[in-house]
Design a binder for this molecule. Sequence first.
Ligand code: CA
Length: 247
Amino acid sequence: MTNLDPSSGSLRQSAPKKPVILVAEDEAPLMTLLRYNLEKEGYRALEAHDGDEALMVAAEDTPDLVLLDWMLPKVSGIEVCRRLRGRAETRNVPIIMLTARGEEADRVRGLDTGADDYITKPFSMTELLARIRAVMRRIRPALAEDIVSFGEVTIDRSAHRVKRGDKDIHLGPTEYRLLDHFLQHPGRVFSREQLLDAVWGSGVYVDARTVDVHIGRLRKALNEPGQLDPIRTVRSAGYALDESFKV
Ligand code: CA
């Protein structure tokens, strides 16, 4: 194929892709302000003015991050958050809740639902942009990479392959998703319920002990007898990747 117009096609495609931020906010002046600042910062902003629209837009064009107002018409921010976490495509997309509520219980509830961070209105644009950069830095590197390693365990997402050292590890689909989820958040402790939400999806009813069964299978597949276990059981809390395994 010939390409006579240098402004189109391959040249344009080689420009770095701008991170996409979905802004779900029903206050028009705040939306305008957010959009202006995000675009100035080099992001592409997608707008949603209620909860339904947020879910629709996120399904059409998976964002890299979501700014989610707590109080949204139609479907509440917290419900949007829960549903985004329940979909495979948006399960790991960072979500920052924008909330007018400052009470501790609400913050905890927001984070329980799967938000990565929250910011209380009114907030300064400088603070919000700093939070966005921090969340992007924390979450994007592992997501952007096809090949991610933790110690001698390596996952190749494009080939759907897992290795420990030179040895190929064969995992079932659930064990694969569990491992991938851990590798995206090294060191972070997940409760069984959080793992169920992240790996099985929040709409599914599965007994929390099912997680233990699949963790057991994952360990069995990863570890030869006598080898260090990369997965740490955190008593009465859940599971995490063992940071000491990385060294
Ligand atoms: Ca609102």
